[in-house]
Structure formats: structure tokens, C-alpha cells
Design a protein around this ligand. Sequence first.
Ligand code: COA
Length: 322
Amino acid sequence: MFSRIIGTGSYLPDIVVTNFDLEQRMDTSDIWIRERTGIERRHILPEGQSNVDMAEHASRAAIAAAGLTPRDIEMISYGTTTPDLIFPNAGVLLQDRLGCHGGPAFALEAACSGFIYALAVADKFVRTGSVRRALVVGSEVLSRIVDQNDRSTAILFGDGAGAVVLEASEQPGIISTHLHADGSYKHLMYCTGGPSHGAAPGAMAAGDFVRMAGSEVFKLAVTLLGRVVDETLAANGLQKAAIDWLVPHQANMRIIQAVAKKLSLPMARVIVTVQDHGNTSTASVPLALDVGVRDGRIKRGDMLLLEALGGGVTWGSALLRY
Ligand code: COA
């Protein structure tokens, strides 16, 4: 038994902040941001709207693309680092919005690898016959934990959501998933606040933000993502040429190019959306996948390699036949 992606969806909030807007606010430039990261704009969630609001849009689009109704969903696996509440978890809040009560619904936190983690967990539930249909979500409001005056992080991150529907299938489907973490790198990328750490219970203290050692993270990402790509091919006895599309985490164009080079893939076989929304953390892989599917580049039967790395560090990949 395998799980197969039968629908994709995504959502970006209406507020767009371009590199030129950032030039007005801080000591940076459009040319610096584009050359170092490939990012041109990012979307920011308006006040009063939440992570689950975006997830609901993306999920409804994925469920409709699958030709299902929300009541067909038996489980929700939701990757996020910026949930609406500490509890109920974001999966439960989304379940209630969709009205598909009763099955398991949870959120897991693995920073920017959260979608790959959530997908791997849901895949195991479907493969082992626990559920037939699962909704996998990545949704993130990084703008709320990034210091909007810090040029080393504010230029990179944006908000958004993506979702896929998995269904049990005798044909692959998801072929393999590969998850890793190494907490000895926890100091390279982290958020200073948390519910058991902040000044007030359940709240971030003033000045608690994402901190990142950019160039160290960059080098580590290129090394570890290169390694997981090799591991994925070796585990399945595949040559690089077997990959039709790389659907990478959209953090930095230069990291994406380095992984494509490792796979000897021309950039024309890589789904790149980083210019349009920057690093949306858990949302970035399903956002890119949805773009590639909806614009017709990714076709049924294509072999896809998904990969991501995030704070922790956590990293992973998924190999699948779409
Ligand atoms: N605008 C203009 N100049 C900036 C700047 C900005 N937004 N941010 C930093 N600089 C300056 C630095 O101060 C430094 O100046 P100096 O040479 O006078 O000291 C110079 O640009 C180079 O900084 P550096 O940090 O070495 O640049 P970089 O080439 O490593 O690029 C990142 C910085 C953050 C774009 C890059 O390291 C990166 O993308 N890292 C990975 C981050 C990431 O993807 N994290 C999430 C993973 S999930």
C-alpha cells in the first residue's frame, strides 16, 4: 500500500512587501537581496488574520482539486512553527473549520522542514492502513516572529500556506521519505522566545525574535541537502536522471541552485517560487508543488524529489511519483 497525492492547494495573503518597500525601511537594496537570495517580494498576513485562516484556504483548494469534500478527510497532519494557539493544536482548529471531526489531527514543529515531516508522518498512517485520506498542511506566519527592523532576517521571510491531500493507493505515490535532525546546530537558527521560556506564560517577550547565523546556515544547508539527495537516490537504487522535478524548500535561490547542480538537473526542471514569496518555512514546499501542478509543468507519473532544511537543524526529503 502507498499514499498518493491527489490534490494540491496554496494560499498567499494579499499584502505584498517588495524589496523596494524594504529599501525605504532599512539599510538594504533590491539588488543586494536579489543577488544574494533571489527574493523579489514576500506576502505578509494582515493583522486580525491567523495561520489557520491561511491553512483553511489552502486546504479547501487542495480538497477541491482532489475532487473531494472536507468530510472525506480522515486525518490532519499540520506542520507549523507559528500556530494560532499553544493548544488546541492547529490541526484541531483546522479540523473544526473543515467540519471533518473525529480522526486524528495534530501539529508538529520542525521549523522549515515541517511539511516534509508532516508528509512523512501522514504517509505512514496511510501506508499502514490507519486512514485512507489525509490532509497534510504547511502554514506559517513568520512575519510575527521576525524582527521587521533586522535586515539579516526581515528580507528573507514571508507568510503563506500550502496543502496536499493523500489517498491510499496500490501504486506509488510516495516512494520513500528521509527525515533527519541534529540538535548540536541549534544555535545557528532559533527563536529566542517560547511558552516555557518567555517573560509571560504563553507569550513571547518583547524582543524575542528569530536569530540566524546566515552564512553558516547557508553552508550547512548545501552540505546536508546534498547528502539527503544522495541518500534518497541510493535508498531507491535510482540514478540522478530518474528525477523529473526538484521541488525544493524555497529559502534562497543559491541553495536551490546548489542542490540542482548536485542532481545534475537544469534549472528548467526545478520549481522555483522563492522570488514571489521568500522563505515561507513549512509552506514553501507545498506552495511550490501547487504552482508546478497548476501551471501544468508537473504531470501525472512524473518523479518528484521534495527537500527542506530548517532550524534545529532538521532536514529531510520525499521521493514520489506524482
Ligand atoms: N542588505 C544589505 N547588506 C546586507 C544585508 C542586507 N539585507 N544583510 C547583510 N548585509 C551585509 C553584511 O553586513 C555583510 O557586510 P560586510 O561584508 O560589510 O560585513 C555583507 O552584506 C555580507 O553578509 P553575509 O551575511 O556574509 O552575506 P551572505 O552572502 O551570507 O548572505 C544571507 C546572507 C542571509 C542571504 C545568506 O547567508 C543566506 O541566505 N543564508 C541562509 C539563510 C536561510 O536560508 N535560512 C533559512 C533556512 S530554512
